[in-house]
Design a protein around this ligand. Structure first.
Ligand code: PNW
Length: 446
């Protein structure tokens, strides 16, 4: 059987880590409980037309109240590690000033429950749920003042939780925060301006660097960042299409990798954006380029570009996910090898990889063979990339649970566990059983 979990497990070194990932806004719910302030996503969901099923995140997966059950499900799968994010407005309702002790108490309970279950907690500080108050008072990420506020938040989390966390990542996918939030208006806060998006991206980078420096003063845990890479390919081999793909690579991959690991924005992309380029002050690039302990990489698909910069649907030889995203595991392998060769990054983790599927419970089971095939093929690709020099230490499947998929609301299901949003019942999909078998086969060789 080519989807045999035991055989695949042998391709990974004994100390390789298996996990799943989630984010606060997508699963927690309890949006206005125990002193939590509203986030820009609480507000965005209330704007008509923003979310496909007109839903909100007031309850989501109710993880805030059900985290013990969810940790037990993870323990049952035999996970080594779990990646979650903290909601900034839950622990600091205004994004500056007073801390919310009840909010920190929740993350204390969660982290302690994970440790007790033998699961390493990996935290992300910013997975898109900015305190709404910061957006209203200073203009959110558009203001350079946010850099100091974010560093204060990072230091406080690291001070309180650092010794119990296996790692802390500053940002999840700054490309999404900047581009989808401020250029395409798909994500909160829903602006439409390339110059805003690039200034936001610079503030995100600067806040990353300053947060790393601030956290180093209070914790010894591993610190890094999580980037999403959607490798850019030309739709046809014409010079114009290749140029469009190269520009997108500059705006998506190199715009973030280069300042972090090389101390400069990519010149071709700077030239391309012209007057939309961000204002960069003397010393900023040194502040951004902090030594990191790890690089988190999120990979789902690739993009194909035509001459006008428009994206084109790929041939989908291995199919498409329920998001319409082309399934391209060979691109995953190729891209990891490229990163290893071009940047010599610190140890990498695959902090997200997974697929949405139109899953339904049938006689108490969720048959999701497509997801098993997706994970299997991406893990094979990962093993290939590792044999070619990519230093990858762990894999986090996105996501542990079906959850709030941003613009798609609850219509797209990425989870290893199916969630019935009327009853909040979780049902292990076939892929959860398959993942558990993979982990136990891998453990047998340790
Ligand atoms: C990531 N794109 O989002 C996020 O980190 C998760 O919160 C999310 O649920 C997951 O992937 C699945 O979507 C992305 O348009 C959203 O390129 C959009 C893009 C990439 C990543």
């Amino acid at each position: 059987d080519h989807l045999d979990a035991a055989g695949l497990a042998q391709a990974f070194p004994a100390n390789f880590l298996w996990g799943t990932a989630t984010s606060a806004a997508q699963i927690e719910g309890a949006a206005f409980e125990d002193g939590k302030g509203p986030s820009i996503w609480d507000a965005f969901c209330r704007q008509p037309g923003r979310i496909n099923d007109a839903s909100n995140i007031d309850i989501a997966c109710d993880h805030y109240h059900r985290f013990r059950e969810d940790v037990a499900l993870m323990k049952g799968m035999g996970l080594d590690c779990y990646r979650f994010s903290l909601s900034w407005p839950r622990v600091q309702p205004l994004g500056q000033g007073a801390w919310n002790e009840a909010g920190f108490a929740f993350y204390d309970r969660l982290v302690d429950a994970l440790l007790e279950a033998g699961i390493q907690p990996h935290a992300t500080l910013y997975h898109w749920d900015l305190p709404q108050a910061l957006d209203e008072t200073i203009g959110g990420w558009l203001s350079r003042d946010i850099v100091g506020h974010f560093a204060d938040y990072a230091r406080e989390v690291a001070r309180r939780l650092g010794d119990r966390l296996a790692s802390i990542a500053t940002h999840n996918e700054p490309w999404c925060t900047a581009t989808l939030g401020y250029e395409t208006a798909q994500f909160a806060p829903g602006h439409k301006s390339r110059s805003e998006s690039l200034q936001v991206a610079h503030h995100l980078m600067l806040s990353h660097g300053d947060a790393i420096a601030a956290m180093r003063t209070v914790t010894k845990t591993k610190l890094g960042i999580v980037l999403n890479h959607t490798p850019s390919f030309p739709a046809t081999p014409t010079e114009a299409d290749r140029r469009a793909a190269r520009i997108d690579d500059g705006l998506n991959v190199r715009w973030y990798m280069d300042p972090i690991f090389r101390g400069a924005y990519p010149q071709d992309a700077i030239d391309f954006v012209g007057a939309d380029a961000p204002q960069v002050e003397a010393g900023d690039l040194e502040r951004i380029r902090q030594p990191l302990d790890f690089l988190g990489l999120n990979f789902y698909t690739r993009s194909l570009f035509a001459a006008d910069g428009k994206t084109v649907k790929g041939p989908g030889k291995r199919g498409f996910s329920d998001m319409g995203w082309e399934i391209v595991p060979e691109v995953f392998a190729q891209h990891l090898v490229r990163l290893a060769r071009e940047y010599s990054p610190p140890p990498m983790y695959i902090t997200e990889n997974g697929m949405a599927n139109a899953d339904r419970v049938v006689d108490g089971r969720v048959p999701d063979a497509q997801r098993i095939a997706y994970v299997h093929s991406h893990l094979q690709a990962l093993a290939t990339a590792m044999s070619l020099g990519a230093d990858v230490r762990g894999y986090f499947y996105w996501s542990m649970l079906d959850n709030f998929e941003w613009n798609s609301g609850y219509l797209k299901r990425f989870g290893l566990f199916h969630v019935d949003y009327d009853t909040q019942q979780r049902v292990a999909k076939d892929s959860a059983h398959w993942y558990r078998d993979l982990i136990s086969a891998h453990r047998a060789r340790r």
